[in-house]
Design a protein around this ligand. Structure first.
Ligand code: HPA
Length: 251
């Protein structure tokens, strides 16, 4: 296991290109890493990239696997274990999400303040490996308060609760009204298994959602993966600039 010195980053749908900007870059295709789930979703690159941004060493997962591809929650969370093994000390997760909060608009970057796990599964189900963490890990600050403050100071002004659903069908308008009622501001099909595994191992997490579309039933239009990818593409440079400003401050 290497020294825990690197910031781990998981890049969501359409956001993978940030990894190309690293200096002294080394890329490993996921298919070369035993146990790593290979993403089949369109818009997800499939490689683990290490490199530097100034003085910050990063380990970046460009593309992630999802439950809807047929992977188990344990498989989806496996990259967190592998990144830890390869020297990750802290984790930044990004994703594409539908906006439930009417104060959001497509293209907004929103700080994840907390999540609601509606996936029906948990990556820690099964025997607990106490060398990773406790049987019943605390989740009362799943997204570090300190990191959220750093991201706010870097200009991420919106904040919200991310509801994770299994997908792959998008939600119905009734489901979105339900999610709003239970306190969700964002909805997506990822992130939560990884964040649970990271918290279990005592890794602090910063989460940023890109609102790629307003959630079902909010606007008089249908949802499409093409819209999700287009919006991701439109904001990826803003997200990259933001991450670059935040990384050096994540202690
Ligand atoms: N719902 C679920 N997942 C998503 C959405 C959505 O509207 N947009 C991007 N990922």
């Amino acid at each position: 296991m290497s020294d825990p010195s690197k910031i781990g980053v998981i890049l969501g749908s359409g956001l993978g290109s940030f990894a190309h900007t690293l200096e002294k870059r080394k890329e490993t295709p996921y298919s070369d890493i035993p146990g790593w789930p290979v993403s089949t979703a369109i818009g997800h690159a499939g490689k683990l990239v290490t490199g530097w941004l100034g003085d910050t060493e990063l380990i970046v997962a460009a593309g992630r696997a999802h439950l809807y591809e047929g992977y188990t929650a344990q498989q989806v969370a496996y990259p967190i274990r592998e990144m830890m093994y390869r020297g990750m000390r802290t984790l930044v997760v990004t994703n594409a999400a539908g906006g439930i909060n009417l104060g959001y608009k497509p293209g907004d970057l929103v700080l994840i303040s907390d999540h609601i796990n509606l996936m029906g599964v948990n990556p820690l189900t099964g025997p607990n490996d106490a060398s990773f963490g406790p049987r019943f890990p605390d989740m009362s600050e799943a997204y570090s308060r300190e990191y959220r403050e750093i991201a706010r100071q870097a200009g991420v002004l919106k904040e919200g609760v991310y509801a994770a659903v299994p997908g792959p069908s998008y939600e119905t308008p009734a489901e979105i009204r339900y999610l709003r009622t239970i306190g969700a501001d964002l909805v997506g099909m990822s992130t939560v298994p990884e964040v649970i595994a990271a918290n279990h191992m005592g890794i602090k997490v910063l989460g940023i959602s890109c609102v790629t579309n307003m959630a079902a039933g909010i606007l008089p239009q249908k949802l499409s993966h093409a819209e999700v990818m287009e919006t991701g593409d439109r904001v990826k440079d803003t997200l990259a600039a933001l991450l670059r400003a935040i990384f050096p401050k994540l202690k």
